[in-house]
Design a protein around this ligand. Structure first.
Ligand code: GLN
Length: 484
């Protein structure tokens, strides 16, 4: 059952060969056995999961179940959950219990999905390795001495190690796609505005976007269909009709034009990643797709632009954590200013502080024009490159990460090395486009390699089918790490 697709799980639940309570128990027991070594979950809610499973069983019996009713799920701990603590992997929110559910959480509750718990992440979603968590790093199930990627590392590990059949994440600069690549699962970040940010703790609001992890593109399509949709409580939520993201699955790929940005293939990726990427492209050609070279001349400016814009927005968003209304408050202080400063000094980790400092600096008088405004101009140029490229192709393909998963500790003292891991993912967020990573092979140490597919605005359904077509012809997404 831990290997079954969401569709098969739903069929078994409907047929009554399996109850939702049995299914939830199976995964909760796996979490009990494996989470101490993998550290994928910050909070496990056994009682809540079992009561949601009982309610799902009642719906199944009454014939009012939807495609996800009764299926277990893990939420990244960035999504507020009423009654279950939401930490954002920060000491600041270690004991925070939200009085309301994030839009994504309430959508999935309404769909009848059963939340098992909240997954580990980099603090406030700042990181590429999950090492910036107040609760310690999540471990890559393919090799527990290596990082799973970040920031949604716990969700990726949960799906890769079969601790949950599906999980939510968020992607500001690659945090769904990169951990999906490093753990061998499928992950999609939709077009900016498709998934409501209401109740999703803000990092960089103009870039943050909720996304889905599954073991296949088909599973991601089912989960995304339940997560997405217009929400008036998020002013950047796009007012569009709700979509069935499975609708294109099964369409033949013959005639598909895949754009290969020459800048992505020039240099920068490791040889093992290159070999797996090239082999995946060859597979697509065999499926009838053609490849064309495209150019994203400004893509190399994505990292510097992002590491100005994201910290600028973060410095503003995180000003709300002041020790006054909620979150950590220093136990001792002399006056109000001292309380703010001690509470924030104690509550935030080193990377969060680094970003607040950078963000405050680039927004300050005299530097705003030199840094922030320039970065916004680059952002526009980067988006225009993609728009031009999509006049020559239907989707863009390339690596998700320049390397396979690296050893825990290897880059944690060098922020710039860490930031460079986002080289292929960040431009997509700056442009607001949808992006997906699917397992496409293995590299050194038999570690997973991910292929990134980038789509035009609102082209998620096609993107998912392009990944699905590959998964119909290959088995990379079926490999399972030897845990448990
Ligand atoms: N690694 C990037 C960062 O540290 C992206 C993180 C994310 O997408 N949340 O900001």
């Amino acid at each position: 059952m831990i290997e079954a697709s969401l569709k098969d799980l739903a069929a078994a639940l409907r047929a009554g060969t399996l109850s939702s309570v049995e299914l939830a128990t199976l995964f909760l027991d796996r979490i009990d056995a494996l989470n101490p070594s993998l550290n994928a979950f910050i909070t496990v809610d056994r009682d809540g999961a079992l009561s949601a499973a009982r309610a799902a069983d009642a719906r199944l019996a009454a014939g009012t179940a939807g495609p996800l009713t009764g299926i277990p799920l893990a939420h990244k701990d960035v999504f507020c959950t009423e009654g279950v603590r939401t930490t954002c992997a920060s000491r600041m929110l270690e004991n925070f219990v939200s009085p309301y559910d994030a839009h994504v959480v309430s959508q999935l509750k309404a769909a009848g999905a059963v939340m098992l718990g909240k997954t580990n992440m980099d603090e406030y979603a700042m990181g590429s390795s999950n090492e910036n968590s107040h609760f310690g790093p999540a471990k890559n199930p393919w090799d527990a001495s290596r990082v799973p990627g970040g920031s949604s590392g716990g969700s990726a590990v949960a799906v890769a190690a079969r601790l949950a059949p599906m999980a939510t994440g968020t992607d500001t600069g690659g945090s769904v796609r990169q951990p999906a690549a490093l753990t061998g699962v499928t992950g999609i970040k939709p077009t900016y505005g498709v998934v409501s940010r209401y109740g999703m703790i803000a990092y960089a609001s103009s870039l943050d976007q909720g996304g889905a992890f599954g073991r296949s593109a088909e599973d991601c399509a089912l989960l995304l269909s339940a997560m997405a949709g217009f929400d008036p409580r998020d002013s950047t939520s796009v007012e569009r009709d709700t979509e069935d993201y499975t609708r294109e699955l099964g369409k033949p790929l013959a005639g598909l034009r895949i754009g290969l940005p020459k800048e992505f293939f020039a240099e920068g990726m490791d040889d093992d990643v290159r070999a797996a990427t090239e082999a995946a492209l060859e597979q697509y050609r065999q499926l009838g797709a053609t490849t064309v070279e495209v150019s994203l001349p400004n893509a190399k400016l994505a990292i510097p632009a992002y590491y100005v814009i994201a910290p600028a927005e973060a410095s503003s968003n995180l000003s709300r954590f002041d020790g006054v209304r909620y979150g950590h408050r220093a136990p001792e202080y002399v006056d109000l200013a001292d309380m703010y400063s001690k509470s924030r000094a104690q509550g935030f980790g080193a990377e969060v502080k680094r970003r607040i400092l950078v963000g405050t600096y680039v927004l300050s008088h005299g530097y705003y024009d030199a840094y922030y405004l320039q970065a916004q101009k680059l952002r526009r140029l980067i988006a225009e490159d993609f728009i031009a490229a999509f006049t020559h192709c239907d989707v863009i393909a390339g690596p998700t990460s320049p390397t396979v998963a690296w050893p825990i500790g290897e880059k944690s003292d060098d922020p710039v090395q860490m930031y460079l891991q986002d080289i292929y993912t960040i431009a997509v967020n700056l442009a607001g486009l949808p992006g997906l990573s699917l397992p496409c092979g293995t590299g050194a140490g038999d570690l997973p390699v991910g292929l990134q597919l980038i789509g035009n605005y609102f082209d998620e359904a096609r993107l998912l089918n392009v990944a699905h077509g590959f998964q119909q012809a290959t088995d990379w997404h079926r490999r399972m790490p030897a845990v448990g």
